[in-house]
Design a protein around this ligand. Structure first.
Ligand code: HEM
Length: 260
């Protein structure tokens, strides 16, 4: 119990909480990206996958509440640690260069954190609640029937003939708007750098800064963050530039042809 209380009441405890909640959120955004990349497969794939996730019922709500708690703890710990470090600045004498670097990095983390939070709120309104301000987008959200069984890593997710939400068309039509796509690209760019800096400070928290494998670990993180950004860029990028067209027969294809 004492250990649990210390997590919230001591600086090192709060740093630990930030690191752990950050790791959970990295796991979520990575899994979410892998799920979203199915937009480049047959429309049944992402529609069947979304149907499976939505059908998790109480488990889905459990996951949502857990993620929300992680976001809340992550932000709370960031705010308290920032206030503490500002109070401590007068009393501790750091090397000026080192202090400047740390201060620019933490200012960047706060700024990118705000943008990512604004992005998540917009994103929930956009795709989860289905509100975009575009009438054409809203008008094409009719359900579709799966033509094939859908499996993921060999696990059956949905069967042919099931009526599902047309997530495929929703994503294509959502990203056909250049302003929306641009906002996503900027937000995931900032998020990728946020993940990169965040993981570097996590190494410090866990005392992994001096190990012989530090350089290797840092390279793995940098490559991971770059791949994460490119994966996220690929979706709005390919749709906006027309590099990938929506599959024939989908609501997105009909709508985009009608718009031309
Ligand atoms: C190109 C990038 C992205 C695409 C195409 C995308 C797509 C989607 C879609 C289609 C949904 C709704 C699923 C449904 O209604 O069945 C969704 C939900 C969500 N997305 Fe994203 N997303 C992207 C990036 C992100 C990022 C970077 C984050 C986090 C920083 C994020 C966080 C969420 C959250 C929290 C939900 C709500 C999940 C729930 O309903 O519980 N997404 N996304």
């Amino acid at each position: 119990m004492n250990l649990f209380r210390n997590l919230f009441t001591s600086s090192i405890g709060r740093k630990f909480l930030m690191a752990i909640t950050g790791l959970v959120l990295v796991g979520f955004v990575t899994g979410h990206l892998v799920g979203n990349l199915q937009i480049f497969a047959h429309p049944d794939q992402i529609n069947g996958y979304a149907h499976f996730v939505q059908g998790l019922g109480p488990a889905l709500w459990g996951i949502r509440l857990f993620l929300l708690a992680c976001v809340a703890i992550h932000i709370w710990a960031a705010v308290v640690l920032t206030i503490e470090s500002r109070t401590a600045q007068g009393s501790v004498s750091y090397g000026v260069k080192k202090w400047l670097r740390a201060s620019i990095a933490s200012r960047y983390m706060r700024m990118s954190g705000f943008v990512v939070l604004a992005f998540i709120l917009y994103h929930l309104a956009h795709f989860t609640l289905g509100f975009t301000g575009s009438e054409t987008f809203k008008g094409t959200l009719d359900p579709v029937i799966l033509q094939h069984d859908v499996r993921e890593f060999g696990i059956p997710l949905a069967t042919a003939g099931t009526e599902v939400h047309d997530v495929y068309s929703m994503v294509f039509l959502g990203f056909a708007n250049p302003l929306v796509s641009l906002f996503y690209i900027v937000a995931v760019g900032l998020l990728s750098v946020h993940l990169w800096h965040g993981t570097e400070s996590l190494f410090q928290t866990f005392g992994w800064r001096n190990g012989k494998w530090e350089i290797g670990l840092r390279r793995v993180v940098a490559v991971f963050c770059l791949l994460y950004f490119l994966g996220n860029l690929a979706i709005p990028g390919a749709i906006l530039t027309g590099l990938v067209e929506p599959a024939a027969g989908t609501a997105a294809a009909a709508e985009l042809i009608a718009q031309r």
